[in-house]
Design a protein around this ligand. Sequence first.
Ligand code: ASP
Length: 309
Amino acid sequence: MAPQLTSFVSTKDLDLELVQQLFLRAEKLKRLRGVLSSHEKALEGDTVANLFWESSTRTRTSFQLAAHRLGAYVVNLNASESSVAKGESLEDTIANLRALGCRFFVVRHSVSGKVEQLAQNAGRGTSIINAGDGTNEHPSQALLDAFTIRERKKNFDGLQMAIIGDVVRSRVAHSNMYLLSRLGVKIRFCGPKQLVPEKFDVPNASMLESVDEAVKDADIIMVLRMQREREGRILSLSDEEYRKHYGLNGKRMALAKPDAILMHPGPIIRGMEVESDVADGPQSVILRQAENGLFMRMAIFEALRGDRG
Ligand code: ASP
């Protein structure tokens, strides 16, 4: 039996049996269009706090809608509107929201490792959910990505995936790498040398210098946005050079398998990492990823709720 999930911070050690259960549950929820009768709503009477200390469109909305569909009240806070702006710590904010009855905290934070630290110190009956911590991880994105791949490709084993762009600063790339490599996907990374890691601590991952080589015969192409808001890497390429060397266009897409899918966690910067004709083309599953996020996040909430009293 898969272990009971208490908080959800990383895909690194996520139990693979639990992952399969989440796939099956998200599939069922998708068939139901996320509509549950009141006795099936796992979070009826619960309160979920969405604490987004960094901007978000898809992730915040998707967690909010998922919680609503499961019957929860949702409170949304961001750093500038909360007492953090007056100097309160995030830990104290959480303690006060707990006093108000919040039991689920969906947290996005710019500091890598912050969400894990909150989870370690969370009291009994409190679940902390990582909605993206700095450059570290974005585990719910990886699960919805894997779910989207499974929907289109059925099996993971032996699939070839190219992940292109700002890999070192992408929490999406990290969570995907930890999860998909364990599911048997072979990952080829490619990007400017300042933006790709020197080594990987997972099996099935390699680095290629040319995008054309990375996408050749790939089953899945995932394109990443340049994380300009994060410091630490100085890129010597101009936008035009980046687009020329690393941007995904129709010519490059044609090098992949004919049934290859194009993924991007969003937000997409058209004309930079991806051209509009491929982003909106028949192989793109970018909006399907966004759609699937709702069902996967409902499944994650349910798994966290478990049979907790
Ligand atoms: N939305 C994703 C994240 O929050 C990807 C990105 O911002 O580029 O990490």
